[in-house]
Design a protein around this ligand. Structure first.
Ligand code: RNT
Ligand code: ZN
Length: 425
């Protein structure tokens, strides 16, 4: 029912190409540009942010996957096998984002401050075989030494030192991964530190965090191997009143430490605040930016990303700023209530469609109206452009990329679910 006739797809594409041509947009070129924009797929969608340290562990640190859909990946092989399927249903060559908690320690328990590159060789071998890049994250949550709610900003030296060492090792691991794969590994640092209720002293923890970060980032690495980034947050479960690593804190940090990039997570601001408008503001002052594309429903709920107004606005802002080579796209959502591969593919295809939609926009016509002061035309054109046949170009891109056109990919997920996922007990 979902299969589409190849000739029909091509026919629609030719007609769409003509329509875009008249507006000064070259659809063939857009398809070529799409191939150069990688998205970093987060491995943690496949196992509900559990990691491999102890089976079925909870995510902790104020983040939580809800739901109990069967088929959660229980080890690295299952997780990679699931990602193979997801990646085979997504057009383009992408990256995979892993976390320190996904270390493969061959049954031995290895403390986070003792992790080394050897614990990630399985991932690197797999990435090499697939010809894709990897990104990395130190894991500062789901750990007894994070139970106090403080890690790098802890007033206890013992706790702080443990996490500083973890932060340093993560950079070292990430740099090695980047060197092995020949593409810089983005190492993104996020910590859950904060307080449930109003602190007596907010500045003390921020001063400590700055000190800890200075230690972690003291070592310089080759930019071709490692790109550092830091991710802020507004609140979490159990840190409703105060988060040490807030937006202003990290914005200050990256502006005084120019080698480090800022990460904007779409769910980490006030519920009515969006990240799209922040992109051009930050790019005025920084070279690069990392995005965690997510979807908060009423709060930072990490729902599967869809092609909604904000996802489109994020893409439009990057396009209109001419910054697809300066902005790194990563995904950050986790839904355990639906098929996890369906979640990955839906979210990634949604972001890619938003990116393509932005590349297909006749932006020059909007700018022309704006420059002429004709804001009525600018508004009207923005509305009209929403109805341009972008789906026909998307379908052609899927066809060219040998991935299913339209919802036909759901058939593949169903087969895999029956034969593999439902067999996992
Ligand atoms: C948490 C941050 C962070 C995590 C991942 C697992 O609020 O968004 O990026 O989701 O590191
Ligand atoms: Zn995030």
């Amino acid at each position: 029912m979902y299969q589409q006739d190849k000739n029909k797809v091509l026919e629609s594409y030719h007609s769409a190409k003509e329509t875009y041509d008249r507006l000064g947009v070259d659809t063939d070129k857009v398809i070529e540009e799409m191939k150069k924009i990688p998205i970093s797929l987060h491995c943690w969608q496949g196992d509900d942010v559990a990691g491999f340290e102890d089976a079925g562990g909870s995510s902790g640190g104020g983040i939580m996957a809800t739901g109990n859909y069967p088929g959660r990946a229980r080890n690295a092989d299952e997780l990679r096998q699931d990602m193979d399927i997801a990646l085979s249903l997504i057009p383009g060559t992408h990256r995979v984002n892993i976390h320190a908690m996904y270390a493969e320690t061959k049954g031995k328990s290895v403390a986070r401050n003792e992790l080394g590159f050897e614990h990630f060789e399985g991932w690197v071998k797999w990435a090499k075989e697939k010809g894709i890049g990897l990104d990395f994250n130190p894991t500062f949550f789901a750990h007894p030494l994070a139970d106090s709610g403080f890690t790098l900003s802890s007033t206890e030296k013992k706790v702080r030192d443990f996490w500083i060492e973890h932060g340093k090792r993560s950079r070292e691991i990430a740099a090695k991964i980047g060197a092995e794969l020949g593409t810089p590994c983005v190492n993104n640092l996020w910590i859950p530190d904060g307080l449930k209720d109003t602190p007596a002293n907010r500045i003390i923890y921020r001063r400590i965090l700055k000190e800890s970060l200075d230690e972690i980032y003291g070592e310089k690495y080759d930019k071709n191997c490692l790109i550092d980034s830091v991710e802020s947050k507004l609140f979490g479960i159990g840190s409703e009143s105060y988060v040490v690593g807030s937006h202003e804190f990290y914005m200050g940090y990256v502006l005084t430490n120019r080698d480090i990039m800022l990460c904007l997570d779409a769910g980490h601001f006030h519920p009515t605040e969006t990240i799209s408008d922040k992109i051009s503001a930050l790019l005025t002052f920084t070279d690069e930016l990392l995005l965690h594309v997510s979807r908060g429903v009423r709060w930072d709920s990490d729902h599967v990303v869809i092609f909604n107004d904000e996802t489109a606005a994020i893409a439009h802002e990057v396009k209109r700023s001419g910054a697809y080579d300066r902005v790194h796209f990563a995904l950050d959502f986790f839904d355990a209530s639906i098929n996890r591969i369906t979640a990955w593919v839906t979210g990634t295809r949604a972001v890619l469609r938003a990116i393509m939609f932005s590349l297909l926009e006749p932006t020059h016509l909007l700018s022309e109206a704006e420059e002429n002061g004709n804001y009525g035309n600018r508004l009207a054109l923005m509305e009209e452009f929403k109805a341009l046949p972008h789906a026909a170009v998307w379908n052609k891109y899927c066809l060219d990329s040998n991935v299913p056109v339209g919802p036909a990919w759901l058939e593949e997920v169903r087969k895999y679910e029956q034969s593999v996922l439902f067999e996992r007990k």
